[in-house]
Design a protein around this ligand. Structure first.
Ligand SMILES: Cc1cc2nc3c(=O)[nH]c(=O)nc-3n(C[C@H](O)[C@H](O)[C@H](O)COP(=O)(O)OP(=O)(O)OC[C@H]3O[C@@H](n4cnc5c(N)ncnc54)[C@H](O)[C@@H]3O)c2cc1C
Length: 396
């Protein structure tokens, strides 16, 4: 299939085939809309992520009819949290851990089965609506042009709605007005680093997330499919450089926390993200709605980001239906408010936890207390795993 075979009008073009994009595509294709899902990477692709689907994420998958993507996937029910030499073991509602290479491929399969047309290795760009002449502006009232590039091939399509699911550092708003395209990036926030290792010592046993926290960041390790070890870290970039790279920084955190060190860590193939904490005042533009990490992000804890992506795919669906029928600029305002209510609230809890994680001495004081009285941590673990709720108006 060439790009030119696809150059027709689409109800929806979804940009980015991560959790948010593939599930939104699946949901809208199931409704009978023509949906094109565009992904810039060769597929399947790996992605910086711990791969932990917490109880809220599992519930969201179940409610979307996608629970089979996690069938026979390893479960976890404990978090071993360490700061310095102090540790606590917290009981967690049951979650599952799976590498993103496998999870995202399974979700895209579902989107395709529902009728989505999937186009990997293709970069999507939105044209600038600000500098457009009057004809182009009139045209964009009906359609949003989307430019697709694949090697030297380039084509412009028309979409009634574009779903921006292009992850952290989304650039889809760049063609909009300066007010709309503004993004607040916290310059002190950490970068994400991740890898999946084939060999790791038994110390990292299945069923437990191991998390080591220090002054310059934290790292989480969990067993995923086939006994592989998924490693995800949020670290200060200057410190990573000072340590001589991601492997040495992670090794230092593990060692300080009394966690096992192992050789394959030094041969790991690391992927990274830009600085993670960012927010948009406006979650969309002309015929565009942003979902998942593209809509803003805080530092991860243990299995929230994919839950937010799944919740935003569910929450955007009713507004997407309206947008496809008839676009109204007020939809962006509605989406921004709905996102703040459903996902922003959870992100605020995570932001508070990430502040605590930045104070290892305080953590070291709290951990023995939590170990002695595990119920102290219950409000947090229950809160982070609580099912996403939608009002009847927010479900259609
Ligand atoms: C270190 C770390 C650990 C984490 N651990 C966990 C965890 O254990 N559990 C959890 O739930 N969450 C975790 N998260 C968060 C989670 O990874 C994200 O929240 C989640 O991936 C968001 O999904 P998404 O679909 O919005 O974005 P992504 O998964 O990033 O998908 C975006 C996709 O868009 C594609 N794309 C980008 N630009 C374009 C373009 N112009 N054209 C076409 N395609 C494009 C990208 O290639 C990518 O495939 C972690 C994050 C980090 C950084």
């Amino acid at each position: 299939m060439t790009l030119h075979d696809l150059s027709r009008d689409w109800d929806v073009v979804v940009v980015g085939a991560g959790v948010a994009g593939s599930v939104t595509a699946y949901r809208l294709a199931r409704r009978g809309f023509s949906v094109l899902l565009v992904e810039k990477s060769a597929w399947p692709r790996a992605k910086v992520c711990g791969g932990c689907l917490n109880a809220a994420s599992l519930q969201a998958l179940h409610e979307a009819g996608l629970e089979d993507v996690v069938s026979s996937v390893p479960v976890y029910s404990q978090l071993r949290l360490a700061s310095g030499k102090r540790q606590a073991v917290l009981e967690l509602p049951v979650g599952r851990a799976l590498s993103r290479r496998i999870l995202d491929a399974r979700l895209v399969e579902h989107a395709i089965d529902a009728g989505t047309c999937f186009l990997p290795e293709t970069h999507a760009v939105l044209e600038n609506t600000q500098d457009a002449d009057a004809d182009a502006k009139a045209f964009s009232r009906e359609w949003r042009p989307v430019v697709l590039a694949n090697g030297t091939d380039r084509v412009t399509l028309k979409a009634r709605l574009v779903i921006g699911a292009d992850g952290l550092g989304s650039r889809l708003l760049h063609g909009d007005s300066p007010k709309v395209m503004h993004v607040d990036v916290d310059k002190t926030s950490r970068i994400g680093l991740g890898t999946t290792l084939d060999n790791a010592p038994d110390f990292y046993h299945p069923g437990t997330i191991h998390m080591a926290c220090g002054r310059h960041g934290y790292v989480g390790l969990v067993r995923v499919e086939e006994g592989r070890l998924s490693v995800g870290a949020a670290l200060d970039p200057a410190w990573v450089k000072q340590c001589g790279g991601a492997s040495f920084a992670v090794a230092q955190l593990l060692q300080t926390s009394g966690f096992a060190l192992f050789d394959s860590l030094y041969e790991a193939n690391w992927q990274g993200t830009p600085r993670m904490k960012r927010s948009h005042p406006c979650l969309g533009g002309e015929r565009l709605l942003l979902v998942g990490d593209a809509a803003g992000y805080v530092e991860p804890f243990t299995g929230e980001g994919m839950g937010w992506a799944l919740a935003s795919a569910a929450a955007v669906e009713p507004l997407a239906l309206d947008a496809i029928q008839q676009w109204q600029p007020g939809l962006v305002r509605q989406w921004t408010a709905r996102h703040a209510r459903i996902i922003g609230k959870r992100q605020r809890t995570c932001r508070r936890v990430s502040v605590l994680l930045r104070h290892p001495r305080l953590m070291a004081t709290l951990l023995p207390l939590v170990n002695a009285v595990p119920t102290l941590a219950a409000p947090l673990t229950i809160g982070l795993n609580r099912r996403y709720r939608f009002s009847s108006k927010e479900r259609k």
